[in-house]
Design a protein around this ligand. Structure first.
Ligand code: GLU
Length: 510
């Protein structure tokens, strides 16, 4: 993809002022951005962040967010992948205004349905002399490319078909050679004013003549992308930095098809801890949005985390909701260096999001994680239980375990809980507490709290010695929400049953 690295000078105050002036010039409704996934796999977290930045940019400026499916690599593209990507985007809440499923004024939005458009544009380039027919076969190109490398020359196309006469072309067609359309690259520097990277200079000679239309009739990525960004009136291209070297070719193509190039903003990569690119193959942390989704992560937390990998709000906020970002997001605050993906930080952010969320929201997000017993509870009970346990959730997948003491029968004891009940003292505490709860009136968390104090005073114990066996008896674990609230939610009958089972005097056997 990249032939060499472009030179990246520092962005100066003048460039920043220019960007601001440019932003101010955006008339309402003229901002059009796009997310253009290739449906060759699942949605990558980097793709999700690109989509989010585009979405934020469009929504801030009352512009349009377009979804375009780049499926011209027919061997690697699949309908299943396209469906998966759309489903993940919907789950993230990044709804689009135009796209393959919605249609729109600039459709179709699937590149495989636009082949005639690319063919016509390629013919126009042939007619204007900006492109030429190339009859070189892949094996010939490869042999010449290797020879160039061996001789220390850049491995660019060597120009064999650049100057063919009409008769030479006819003769090659007669031989039945494949015929592609190759773009004629001018020998001049390209300068990009990138909204994130500032001025980027692509030196002449960085790129050789390149194919725009393959002999199969399918366009190359760079060509289809430019034709579509122009046809779909895209005003800003916000995408991953790995496409920066493509931008050199794309600027040439915009000029050749006489279309104004959009603004570009290249967002730095998301990296592994060793600063290698986080890709499908690196295997360190999950890279698919779907994996985080299945593991009980919340879209809001994932988006907040991804946005902050690259975007700096200018203060020390560690979590930014969609509303916060709609207020403060700007391309100028997107950093230039790659950011390391930290699964522990994402987990923390997910937990924070759950701790601060309304129970109704948690239930809506976590529907798929609830067990049958929880689902069968009366409608008003479940939100109350979720409010009780949300402070102990790290992911939605924790819901069944955290809700279990309140929706199931006798608790399953975790080892440390079991240990705390194996002492005579532990059983004694449970027994004393059961006696207090039996006559407690009214049944309330405050009442349970007083009962706890009375048990402590009577047995001369407090703190952990008091709470741990009771929590263990009631819930099967040693950590959880406040004990009085837990007992209140479990209810008197179940509390008595669990305490007595532990104290060795279960109901009927007394
Ligand atoms: N289809 C390209 C990709 O998935 C899109 C690149 C672009 O946004 O221009 O990487």
């Amino acid at each position: 993809m990249s032939d060499s690295n472009p030179v990246l000078p520092r962005r100066g105050a003048a460039a920043a002022a220019e960007l601001r002036a440019r932003d101010a010039a955006d008339a309402p409704g003229t901002v059009r951005v796009r997310f253009a996934p290739s449906p060759t796999g699942w949605l990558h977290v980097g793709g999700a962040r690109t989509a989010y930045f585009n979405w934020l940019f469009a929504r801030q400026r009352r512009g349009a967010f377009v979804l375009r499916i780049e499926d011209t690599d027919i061997d690697r593209s699949s309908v299943t992948s396209e469906e998966g990507v759309l489903d993940d985007l919907k789950w993230l809440g990044l709804e689009w205004d135009e796209g393959p499923d919605l249609g729109g004024a600039f459709g179709p939005y699937r590149q495989s349905e636009r082949l005639e458009i690319y063919r016509a544009r390629a013919n126009a380039l042939l007619e204007s002399g900006r492109a030429y027919s190339c009859f070189c076969r892949d094996d010939e190109l490869e042999t010449r490319r290797r020879a160039a490398l061996a001789a220390g020359r850049p491995p660019h196309y060597d120009g064999q078909c650049r100057t063919l006469t009409e008769a030479e072309r006819a003769s090659r067609r007669g031989e039945g050679r494949p015929e592609s359309v190759r773009f004629r690259v001018d020998a001049s520097d390209q300068v990009l004013h990138d909204d994130v990277r500032g001025e980027v200079r692509f030196p002449a000679g960085m790129v050789g003549d390149f194919v725009v239309l393959r002999s199969s009739g399918l366009p190359t990525y760079n060509f289809a992308c430019v034709v579509d960004d122009a046809a779909m009136r895209i005003s800003h291209v916000i995408r991953a930095e790995e496409h920066l070297s493509n931008t050199a070719r794309q600027l040439m193509l915009f000029e050749a098809i006489s279309e104004r190039a959009p603004h570009f903003a290249h967002v730095p990569l998301i990296l592994n801890r060793d600063r290698s690119k986080m890709s499908k193959r690196s295997g360190e942390a999950a890279v698919a949005v779907g994996d985080w989704r299945r593991d009980g992560y919340v879209a809001e937390a994932l988006l907040s985390y991804l946005a902050l990998l690259g975007f700096h709000p200018g203060d020390d906020r560690e979590r930014l909701s969609r509303a916060d970002l709609l207020e403060c997001f700007s391309l100028e605050r997107v950093g230039r260096s790659g950011s390391v993906f930290d699964p522990a930080k994402l987990r923390w952010m997910n937990a924070q999001t759950l701790h601060h969320a309304e129970p109704g929201a948690i239930l809506a997000w976590g529907k798929a994680f609830l067990g049958d017993a929880a689902r069968a509870l009366p409608r008003e009970r479940l939100p109350r239980l979720v409010a009780l346990v949300r402070g102990n959730l790290e992911t939605l997948a924790d819901l069944p375990r955290q809700l279990a003491p309140f929706v199931g029968g006798a608790p399953e004891f975790e080892p440390d809980a079991r240990a705390s009940l194996e002492t005579a003292r532990g059983r004694e505490v449970c027994d004393a507490f059961a006696s207090e709860l039996e006559t407690l009136a009214p049944w309330s968390a405050d009442g349970v709290k007083s009962a706890l104090q009375r048990v402590g005073a009577r047995l001369g114990i407090k703190g952990r010695d008091l709470y741990q066996p009771l929590r263990a008896a009631l819930t099967g674990r040693t950590h959880g929400p406040e004990l009085p609230q837990v007992a209140e939610a479990i209810g008197r009958a179940a509390c008595l049953e669990r305490l007595r089972a532990v104290a060795g005097r279960s109901g009927g056997a007394a």
